[in-house]
Design a binder for this molecule. Structure first.
Ligand code: 5GP
Length: 188
């Protein structure tokens, strides 16, 4: 769905479909420079937000790779992350000796990703790197070494391209800032 279709729910269009496509290609070239086919890199997508990034990035990469998925939930709801993480769906893959690249939609506080990286490292992976499509300024305050970053964005609640509010807007082709009236009405 086009961003224009939900114009009234957004205060700003942040990233267009075309800009997303160009950035995915840029990230793929960076990743290709760091791995070979022999690395048999495992892309770990974090459900559900990373579905779009994962699908586009994996198809853009000129590399033999495998893909697996995890679903995690940080306790709490609405627009704030609590930092207490719980695994809802675990990987099917044994990570021993694997080169893992976590694919994430967004880093906000960084709490989810720092927990996830430590968790995957503890399973014997040879390396664990992170590719986050969006990064908010808060993330700079915590020690999350994110090797591949798409866009640095302002500290606002964004939706689209996999990112939801109350499970909606994930199918928007671009990324926009959600208008406060949408969640203020829902939480009232
Ligand atoms: P962190 O642990 O880095 O604070 O939060 C990461 C998770 O919070 C993301 O994977 C995402 O699910 C959610 N999140 C953080 N910021 C946003 C945002 O602006 N929009 C949406 N839709 N989700 C967000």
């Amino acid at each position: 769905m086009d961003l224009a279709a939900v114009e009234a729910d957004l205060t700003e269009v942040l990233i267009s479909e075309e800009e997303i496509k160009a950035k995915i290609a840029e990230l793929a070239r960076q990743i290709e420079a760091d791995y070979t086919d022999d690395d048999d890199v495992l892309l770990v997508g974090v459900l559900k937000g990373a579905v779009m990034v994962m699908a586009d990035l994996a198809r853009e990469l000129k590399l033999h790779l495998t893909m697996d998925w995890m679903a995690v939930s940080s306790y709490g709801s609405g627009t704030q992350s609590s930092g207490v993480v719980r695994i809802l769906k675990d990987l099917d893959t044994d990570l021993t000796g694997r080169k893992v690249l976590i694919v994430e939609d967004i880093i906000d506080s960084g709490l989810t990703l720092s927990w996830l990286r430590a968790n995957l490292e503890s399973r014997g992976a040879e390396s664990v790197e992170i590719c986050a499509f969006l990064r908010k300024p808060e993330a700079a305050k915590v020690q999350v070494d994110c090797k591949y970053v798409g866009f640095e964005i302002p500290n606002a609640f964004v939706v689209g391209y996999g990112l939801d509010y109350a499970e909606r807007y994930r199918n928007l082709a671009g990324i926009g800032v959600l208008a406060p009236h949408v969640y203020e009405n829902a939480e009232a």
